[in-house]
Design a protein around this ligand. Sequence first.
Ligand code: KIV
Ligand code: ZN
Length: 519
Amino acid sequence: MYTLKEGIDFYIEPMQNKKVTVFDTTLRDGEQTPGVSLTSSQKLEIARQLDKLGVDIIEAGFPISSEGDKESVKSISNAGLDTTVCGLARVLKKDIDACFESDVGLVHTFVPTSDVQRIYTIKKSQEEVIQLAVEAVQYIKDHGLKCMFSAMDATRTDPAYLIEVFKAVQEAGCDIINVPDTVGVMVPSAMYRQIKDIAAEITIPIDVHCHNDFGLAVANSLMAVEAGASQVQVTINGIGERAGNADLAQTVMSLTSIYGAKTNIRTEYLVETSKMVENYTGIRLPPNTPVVGQNAFSHESGIHSQGVLEKSDTFEPGIMTPEMVGHRRRIVLGKHTGKHAVKQSLESAGIKTSDKQLDEIVLRIKEIANKGKQITDADLYAVASAVLGKASSDEELIKLKEVSVMTGNIITPTAVVKADIEGKEIIAARTGVGPVDAALHAVRDILGESNHFKLQDFRIDAITGGADALADVYIGLENEKGRIVTARSANPDIVMASVEALVNAMNLLYKREEREEKS
Ligand code: KIV
Ligand code: ZN
């Protein structure tokens, strides 16, 4: 890999030998995201994925909060994962017992220490809080478990009192202390100073838990590590209470790629993990989300895409490549696209053009983009076919004949699809969680054994408001060689729009494979 740190080398504090532990709280703080509720089986699946990703600790839930949460934490504890499973507990015996009953390897116990939370929530004196914290730590240690203690709202706590609390729990045998920026009010320089001050007084490892109320959670976590913290609390896609927590992918990639620190994260699974959490939580990421977002390695402008096609480091960080995070570089066609990028896209599909034909294609592509439409591969090939004088529909392998769906409150959504494949009529029927899901499964089934495609992207937009809105479905399909094609269809019927878009994408991918085999 080409490492490029020129410029920043002079200003950052390198951490080549620093090992940072990654504590993931997607299943606890992340699940507290307003509107998010995960089933136990989704939580278990996410936990397995986090284990595959290499996180050191999974905070699996808050066992005392409900029987369901306790059972879910227990099933994750007993799933045979390599990672340590942690449960959250207030400084109360019943909470800690619920963690023991959930078979966790680490208990994370917390109590508010700031005046505002101490006075208005638990209504205890400073001395009572220290006593509760010490008793909780001793209780956990007496049961032979590892213990992490959080001084909730630490960043708004009187600094001298905070040190007093941390010293008391350290004395009681606590293994690690956590400094939560509970309402996300820190700025990086303040975080640096606070952690430096704590590190000067405390000998056990320091962890930080930063909330993102001002969009500074990742920056504050990095500063904490610079100042001496050795563990970061993060979530997938930065989900969590209110504006969320520090994002795992952004924190880990900054720590490793910029600072040179080490973590156990297998970064190539970052995108895959982000997608799973996006699907299960229903919280969609903006396309410009760093590291894992749809546009993180996409280029449209002529200057940028030409530069990137010559050498990717021209308009990418270089120290972080798409491959490192399980992403893909994409040259997106749009109104800023240059001739070079269009030529490259056509050539990668085996389409050769003269200079004049290419000029014409670029012109038409820009005309479509100027109408505010995102250009898909299907659009590009349709334009190219028209300019090259080919009838593209003749090349379709799959010709859709009939689609019917049944759905309702007392039947399982079922779809039947009839299509013509190379002159043979094929029928497939499938059920699904909804009519679109059933229809897409049925379309894939009509290909039988040859269905080796992975649905990489699926988006539905309502083009106009109202119940009669036109559904615009955009699909990205990937084959075994990692080739992706994009296609779309618009139809007032959402099932038809989805089916047509998928069939378009499948036909394109087949066409591309055929062309590649010939060339
Ligand atoms: O934000 C917070 O303070 C928390 C604690 C439980 C660590 O989530
Ligand atoms: Zn929190």
